[in-house]
Design a protein around this ligand. Structure first.
Ligand SMILES: [Zn+2]
Ligand SMILES: [Zn+2]
Length: 327
């Protein structure tokens, strides 16, 4: 399988995004970069250096619904008529209909003040400006095969960073196009999002993410090509480092919680006191994910008496109290 990496600049803090061109029949792009003049120029010139133009592209696979990965896809479609594929759980987020209502409910539940929610909405709309909504997408499911003339890539659904994040696996040599699920130097943010099955619920991003990492491990990957930066060639080391990092962050967060508990918003201020602007939202996402994961592990409980949820240390049971008093 012939493929090339095209490094497309982005205006974001994360830096350039890796787009891959699979130079087989049908000519396929994995991701496209954000909607931005410099990114557009970067993608066009990257393709042209390889002897191709937008109109040659037959298919675009979107790894997940973030603007830095799908923002330019619609422009490529308009010049080429290429078919666009994305996992079914991320498909609603790349359409024009996506609205902020479900996020507003989740932010209220997390204890975010109303004026901050309005502020975050403005930031969300601005971020969405870096992507053309996609007029039409074909949806992917776990274990779908992306067929080429002589080979195929297998879709592995790896929810976590977003609900519909996917990896593409070349089974012949266990190479994985991992996008933002496995990044060499960045811990991917488990971005706060509604559950794709029940929009009123929060997607359990960190718990899902850790399961996804374990699933990738079972594939015994030889090399993982991330959405930003260089390849990961020692997945076992990466896997253990991510689990250690998660455990350490969880212990730190649980220890920081005041006696009477805290909302996710308050806890995010304790864990990331210096985050501003869009990073405040990412800090909140990270905190909610770790709090929910701690609840899943019975290290915290959720009390929901008011409009927002309060995370608390579990109260000792009656028998534990007797045990403590007696001895
Ligand atoms: Zn992403
Ligand atoms: Zn990214």
């Amino acid at each position: 399988m012939r493929f090339h990496r095209i490094i497309v600049p982005t205006p974001f803090y994360v830096g350039p995004v890796n787009v891959y061109l699979i130079e087989e029949d049908p000519l396929t792009l994995i991701d496209a970069g954000p909607r931005d003049d410099a990114s557009l120029e970067g993608l066009r010139s990257g393709l042209s250096r390889l002897g191709h133009k937008f109109s040659d592209i037959k298919r675009i696979i979107i790894s997940h619904a973030h603007a830095d990965h799908y923002g330019l896809a619609q422009l490529v479609v308009e010049e080429s008529g290429a078919a666009v594929y994305i996992h079914e759980w991320d498909a609603p987020a790349v359409s024009a209909e996506m609205d902020y209502g479900s996020y507003r409910a989740l932010l209220t539940l997390a204890g975010v003040p109303k004026e901050t929610i309005d502020h975050m909405e403005a930031g969300y709309e601005k971020f969405r400006g870096f992507a053309h909504p996609l007029a039409r997408v074909e949806t992917l499911k776990d274990e779908d095969e992306i067929l080429f003339d002589h080979e195929s890539l297998t879709v592995v659904h790896t929810p976590g960073h977003t609900p519909g994040s996917i990896c593409l696996v070349r089974t012949s040599n266990r190479m994985v196009f991992a996008s933002d699920t496995v990044l060499k130097t960045i811990t991917p943010n488990p971005v706060l999002s509604p559950d794709p099955i029940d929009q009123k619920k929060r997607f359990q991003s960190l718990g899902e993410y850790l399961v996804s990492l374990a699933r990738i491990r079972a594939l015994a990957p030889t090399v993982l090509k991330g959405g930003h930066g260089e390849d990961v060639t020692d997945y076992n080391e990466h896997f253990h480092r991510m689990f250690r990092f998660t455990k350490e962050r969880q212990s730190k967060l649980v220890a920081l919680l005041p006696k009477n508990g805290a909302t996710a918003w308050e806890a995010s201020m304790l864990l990331f006191p210096n985050a501003h602007g869009y990073h405040r939202f990412l800090a909140l996402s990270e905190t909610v994910a770790h709090l929910d994961y701690a609840v899943g592990e019975s290290k915290l409980v959720i009390d929901r008496t008011g409009e927002s949820e309060n995370y608390l240390l579990p109260q000792p049971t009656l028998s534990q109290q007797y045990y403590r008093n007696d001895f």
